[in-house]
Design a protein around this ligand. Structure first.
Ligand code: FE2
Length: 398
């Protein structure tokens, strides 16, 4: 049977209520809500055969960029493919995109999401996933163009309009259009303050413009909204800590690390990147971070074989080296070099540079980072995140 979702798109399901539950799950995903996973479970409990339910599960596994979840993707894809013949062309395209992503080709997935958007500009799932894909390819221009192409189809009556403004704000920020990014980001937050991505976009503008006190006030003032988010909330704490660090309020930075950023239970890649990045920046400023590397190194030790995000892998290597696991760090950098693609061309030299820097081999660190300086952006991450590599290079050049 066919029904329509709240964006007017046909959805294939045999059970009443499943499409509405899927809508609710998507809105929670856009809000980076903690309950997103449970909502998806309720979708699949309502309709265990729903193609888009399984597809969304696969997307969520990919978004987590975790090796253990990646191994479960074939089963999820098989479940999505079960009902494929009866599904709509839009749903079939989503499963195709998931297939590409599961094969490690997020670029091909992005092309499929763009095809979906050309006929369904209100498909906010395709829009958000394309946004993510461009972010992790360092393609800020594509990220902005993707949003601008569909904007004419959206207005404030469309569910999730504020989230689209939030994405537009972040894309503007990453392309350096700071004043427009701030204006759109503030408008997004005015429409819907429960949008951590929009809050985050404006925080990025303030970080890039060295407006640290304003940034701290902005993040702190909206804390009840973003602190309800899933682990992404740690990234907002990280941004606040970064602003204190920029103000050389190092005790406060460390306090935030210990009390609000470090989560002993989490092994999510972004959390690990936040942790590694902040500790390295503190060390560059001469702070002794004590035993703090130990916990990170232990978490990373079990994930050295994952080749999902080169950006994350570089942070993992840095953690291994900082925690004294030099051989494991070398082995991981070697495995990146052998993996080809972006892992070999950018990830491995950056990783080897981070190891060299840890060993106080500053000449090698500077040479390796200097060689990839122009291409490091293709690993993705934000300007603020990639600034770490610039700081290491500057330190190595002494
Ligand atoms: Fe950020």
């Amino acid at each position: 049977m066919r029904t329509t979702n709240q964006w007017g798109q046909d959805v294939t399901t045999t059970k009443p209520g499943a499409a509405a539950a899927l809508d609710e799950t998507l809105m929670s995903y856009l809000a980076i809500g903690r309950e997103t996973g449970d909502l998806l479970k309720s979708v699949l409990n309502t309709d265990p055969d729903m193609v888009m339910g399984h597809c969304l599960k696969g997307y969520f596994f990919c978004l987590m960029a975790s090796g253990s979840l990646w191994t479960r993707l074939p089963k999820v894809l098989a479940a999505a493919n079960q009902g494929l013949a009866a599904a709509t062309p839009r749903e079939q395209a989503h499963v195709q995109a998931l297939t590409h992503w599961a094969d490690g080709d997020q670029g091909a997935a992005a092309r499929v999401w763009e095809e979906i958007l050309s006929s369904h500009p209100l498909d906010v799932l395709a829009l958000r996933l394309a946004h993510h894909a461009y972010f992790y390819r360092g393609a800020a221009g594509d990220m902005l163009a993707s949003i601008e192409r569909v904007l004419g189809a959206w207005d404030e009556h469309c569910p999730g309009y504020g989230f689209v403004l939030g994405m537009r704000s972040f894309a503007l920020e990453e392309t350096g259009e700071y004043s427009e990014a701030e204006k759109i980001g503030r408008a997004a937050v005015d429409l819907n303050a429960d949008d951590p991505w929009a809050i985050h976009a404006v925080a990025h503008v303030m970080e890039m413009q060295d407006r640290h006190i304003e940034g701290i006030d902005w993040i702190t003032g909206l804390q009840p909204h973003w602190n309800a988010a899933n682990n992404f909330r740690y990234h907002l704490w990280w941004h606040r800590a970064l602003m204190h660090l920029d103000r050389e309020e190092l005790d406060e930075t460390l306090r935030l690390y210990d009390e609000n950023i470090w989560d002993a239970e989490s092994d999510e890649y972004l959390d690990l990147c936040n942790d590694v990045s902040l500790l390295l920046r503190l060390e560059l400023l001469g702070v002794d971070v004590g035993e703090r590397w130990q916990g990170i190194t232990e978490k990373v030790a079990g994930r050295t074989g994952e080749r999902i995000l080169a950006f994350a892998d570089c942070h993992f290597v840095a953690a291994l080296a900082a925690g004294g696991q030099m051989q494991a760090a070398y082995d991981m950098a070697g495995a990146m070099a052998a993996a080809g693609g972006i892992f070999a061309s950018v990830g491995a030299p950056v990783s080897n540079a981070l190891i060299a820097h840890r060993k106080a081999d500053y000449a090698s660190a500077a040479r390796l980072l200097g060689e990839v300086r122009g291409t490091i952006i293709t690993m993705g991450g934000s300007h603020a995140q990639r600034e770490l590599f610039e700081l290491i290079l500057k330190d190595a050049e002494g």
